[in-house]
Design a protein around this ligand. Structure first.
Ligand code: NCD
Length: 367
């Protein structure tokens, strides 16, 4: 079954097709109003969300489908009784035609997708990935800049825990000629595995702490919130929480056609005074998220059409526990992942597998 765990599950060509589809949905909403009649999307959010959950639900409703949901799944689902992600995914597959899930553990999306018998979408797995936010980011870049190549892109704030940053970098790396200025306090620099990905792809990036010096060079500035919920030490969060605040004075240093993005919610990284600046694209970005999720839902139903037909409703599907060894040509090691936020730390029955030196669930590098 084709699912979406990270944006790299899609090729550049597919991303372009998704954007064309989203643009057609924007221009001709009536054409799609019954495209998902009779289909059910389940939204399972084990972490807070406003935009992602509501835009998924609005997307499915706008396609004529229906939505079922466990509100605050971290408190109200059977996970509180100790149910595993794998079992949850199998069970929800009995009731829905597609699942969108957000969960605080890294790699939870991978486990759920391998156990779901319907298409599965990662709506954020801890500080790891957030591919559907990236689709919203990309459509916004497409509409404001008209291209994905030869851009100088500044990513500012919490680059360590900011999952939207990781997925956006993975996506933009598919396109040539982009340069990255990674702006963060030293404690919140990009994770090692992400830097390795950029290095392996020969991507041009620099790390700095200074937003003012970088801003005049940028075609895109992607601001992020310091991710309070991911800090093990609250004192460290208190020290770093006000690292960056984009003010009107700093915006005056930026190019006239710079595109200012933020996945939202913002705390105080962007002054509300900037909202009226024509370069402020973050509210459009949130709206674009709904259209891209509509396009994605349609694509996953289309791509999985044959497999979906073969699901025998009324019987449960049995899964091959050896799925993880299917990674083609990879050097496999059975080692325990050291990331305390990896799904394998919480669910110890999972096979502990590293492929090519990285945990197959959360990407952490083997030590
Ligand atoms: C982001 C997330 O959840 O990672 N929000 C979103 O989905 N739009 C960013 C954040 O919470 O800071």
């Amino acid at each position: 079954m084709r699912s979406l765990i990270d944006i790299t599950d899609l090729s550049a060509e597919e991303i372009n097709e998704l954007m064309d589809l989203a643009m057609d949905i924007i221009e001709n909403p009536d054409k799609y109003a019954h495209a998902c009649d009779g289909k059910i999307l389940a939204t399972l959010f084990f972490e807070p969300s406003t935009r992602t959950r509501l835009s998924f639900e609005a997307a499915m409703e706008s396609l004529g489908g229906k939505v079922i949901s466990v509100p605050s799944a971290d408190k109200n689902s059977s996970a509180t009784k100790g149910e595993s992600i794998a079992d949850t995914a199998k069970i929800v597959s009995c009731y829905a035609d597609m699942i969108a899930m957000r969960h605080p553990l890294e790699g939870s999306a991978y486990v759920a997708s391998k156990n779901a018998s319907v298409p599965f979408i990662n709506a954020g797995d801890g500080g790891h990935c957030h591919p559907t936010q990236t689709t919203a980011d990309l459509l916004t870049i497409h509409r404001y800049k008209g291209r994905f190549e030869n851009l100088t892109i500044g990513l500012c704030g919490d680059l360590l825990y900011g999952r939207t940053v990781h997925s956006l970098l993975n996506a933009m790396s598919l396109y040539p000629g982009n340069k990255y200025i990674l702006i963060s306090p030293p404690e919140l620099r990009l994770p090692e595995y992400m830097k390795e990905t950029l290095d392996n792809a020969g991507i041009d990036y620099i790390e700095t702490e200074n937003l003012e010096d970088a801003i005049p060079e940028l075609d895109i500035l992607y601001m992020t919130r310091i991710q309070k919920e991911r800090f093990a030490d609250p004192a460290q969060y208190e020290r770093l929480k006000d690292s960056y605040c984009l003010t009107e004075e700093k915006m005056n240093l930026a190019k006239e056609d710079m595109c200012l993005l933020h996945p939202l919610p913002r705390v105080n990284e962007i002054s509300a005074k900037i909202d009226k600046d024509p370069r402020a694209c973050y509210f459009d970005q949130a709206l674009n998220g709904k259209f891209m999720r509509m396009a994605l839902i349609l694509k996953l139903f289309r791509d999985n059409e044959e497999e979906i037909k073969s699901i025998k409703r009324g019987t449960t599907v049995h899964f091959n526990p050896d799925y993880a060894f299917g990674i083609k040509g990879a050097k496999i090691n059975i080692t325990k992942c050291k990331n305390p936020k990896c799904i394998t730390t919480a669910e110890q029955e999972l096979d502990q597998i590293f492929a090519n030196g990285r945990c197959i669930y959360c990407d952490t590098k083997e030590q």
